[in-house]
Design a protein around this ligand. Structure first.
Ligand code: ZN
Length: 498
């Protein structure tokens, strides 16, 4: 290896050590730090992050990246390192066009805005958040003009979360889905509904933790390279493929919530644990595309976890761990985990109405950045769309436009990736059945790990190397389409709701 590469490697490894320390602190902040220690811990986190930021924007690092980008240097590197150099160089070029004082203003606006949003949501008062949202939108437009001069703002934002998926492709699949879903949903809602009150009872959180362990192990999450903790909102954090952490939240009156969060976060975790070892300590060691990542968690959660056959081999064990479930037959359990209802809150939505929650957000983001709809009109636009797609109107903005955190720190363009994930899942399901045969049969026979291994081989091992559309081409040999997801919905729910 060249001397330049050795110098780069030394600096890059320092940056990664700082990043790992900072990640560990944020893990600690969310899972363990007591309230009174919060400020000190977050000061230390800020210190480590800014050390890493100054190293990665230093003249020395810039010079090293520039010389490693020369073809003769670049071609001598491993695949993971080529990816790393290209990615970091692109990032550096974009960031260097943002004036420093603008960047600092944006960071402080983000944290003020998150606080205002929290207050607005608590009091269901949009006017508290509105002035911040207005400024965030302006600054976001400005930021995109710096990083990607001449490009459409919303395209730039979409690209940040799911590179290569432009709004033309998203428009096409989302409207395909909308057309198929709306009539299906009307049919489902007109049919007799399951009785949720069967589930009333006390579910010991410690027993729920044992169920979580069983589920994680069952789907293929390694507890030797992973660990679990509790937090208000479940999430996954990967330090490396050997150390992936998931969290959960246990509600004594609801056993289902934690089970499905376990399967969902477990799906993210399995992805991280199975990236090829050759990509370790490079930027490709995890997948930066939110749609692809979310496709994996949602595949485990919905395509597998909400399938009756998933539970067939393990339901008796789960009933032993949670004796309250002994009153509930497998059929009633399966009906409840697939209970379709129009509801206000995205994160509580079932898999059939979920896409409509995302489509509403996507259309509003377009109204913001393309039609320049004034902020003051957004709550009523939200309510109109809820009525149009889900036939319900929120009674206040806390269960309407203020419910999600994403816009409060300027994460515009993030929402569509959740739904893209589900659309990919419809396609992956077909590809798996083509290769391995019926998923129902595999699950019923307790052979779920064969499905996990298929995903490991076809998707997980590549980490961040392949762009979303390349993943689809390599795995499914097809272009993006919502039809497979619609077919899955139609077949499954016609059976469930007769
Ligand atoms: Zn997720």
């Amino acid at each position: 290896m060249s001397q330049t590469f050795d110098q780069f490697q030394a600096l890059y490894s320092r940056i990664r050590h700082f990043n790992r320390a900072a990640t560990l602190m944020s893990w600690d902040l969310y899972t363990a730090t007591p309230k009174n220690g919060y400020q000190d811990m977050s000061d230390t986190l800020t210190y480590f992050s800014s050390e890493s930021f100054s190293l990665s924007t230093s003249d020395e690092f810039r010079a090293l990246l520039t010389s490693l980008s020369q073809p003769e240097e670049l071609n001598a590197l491993s695949e993971g390192m080529q990816y790393t150099v290209k990615k970091l160089k692109k990032q550096m070029e974009k960031n260097s066009r943002i004036p420093k004082d603008f960047y600092e203003e944006l960071i402080s606006l983000q944290s003020a805005s998150m606080q205002a949003w929290g207050e607005a949501k608590r009091t269901a008062d949009f006017s508290i958040f509105a002035p911040y949202l207005e400024k965030l939108i302006d600054k976001t437009i400005q930021r995109c003009a710096y990083t990607d001069p001449g490009k459409d703002t919303y395209e730039v934002l979409l690209d940040e979360y799911e590179e290569g998926m432009d709004s033309a492709s998203i428009d096409r699949v989302f409207s395909e889905l909308k057309e198929g879903l709306v009539p299906l949903l009307d049919q489902i809602l007109a049919a007799p509904q399951p009785d949720s009150s069967l589930f009333k009872g006390y579910y010991d959180p410690d027993a729920q933790k044992k169920v979580q362990e069983l589920l994680l192990t069952y789907i293929g999450f390694s507890l030797e390279s992973g660990t679990v903790a509790e937090s208000e909102h479940p999430f996954t954090l990967g330090f490396s493929k050997h150390d992936v952490r998931v969290t959960n939240h246990f509600r004594p009156d609801d056993p289902l919530c934690a089970m499905f969060s376990a399967i969902h976060e477990g799906g993210h975790g399995i992805f991280e644990q199975n990236v090829d070892s050759a990509l370790q300590n490079t930027e490709a060691d995890d997948c930066p595309f939110m749609g692809v990542h979310e496709s994996q968690s949602r595949f485990f959660e919905n395509m597998l976890g909400r399938n009756r056959n998933f539970w067939l081999p393990i339901y008796p064990q789960i009933q032993e761990l949670l004796p309250e479930l002994k009153r509930i037959s497998l059929d009633d359990f399966v009906r409840e985990i697939n209970h379709v209802k129009n509801s206000f809150i995205r994160t509580d939505a079932d898999e059939v109405t979920y896409p409509l929650h995302i489509i509403i957000r996507y259309e509003i983001e377009q109204a913001i950045f393309r039609d320049h709809t004034p902020v003051s009109e957004l709550p009523s636009l939200w309510n109109q769309k809820m009525q149009q797609y889900l036939h319900i109107t929120p009674s206040n903005d806390a269960e309407g436009i203020l419910q999600d955190m994403h816009w409060s720190d300027g994460s515009f363009g993030y929402f569509p990736s959740y739904l893209l994930g589900s659309i990919y899942d419809g396609m992956f399901l077909q590809a798996i059945e083509h290769d391995l045969g019926s998923i129902d049969e595999l699950l019923a026979a307790g052979r779920i790990l064969e499905i996990t291994h298929w995903l490991n081989e076809k998707i997980h091992r590549y980490g961040g190397l392949r762009l979303p559309k390349d993943v689809l081409r390599e795995v499914c040999h097809k272009e993006l389409s919502a039809q497979p997801l619609l077919t899955y919905f139609r077949e499954k729910y016609t059976k469930l709701y007769q």
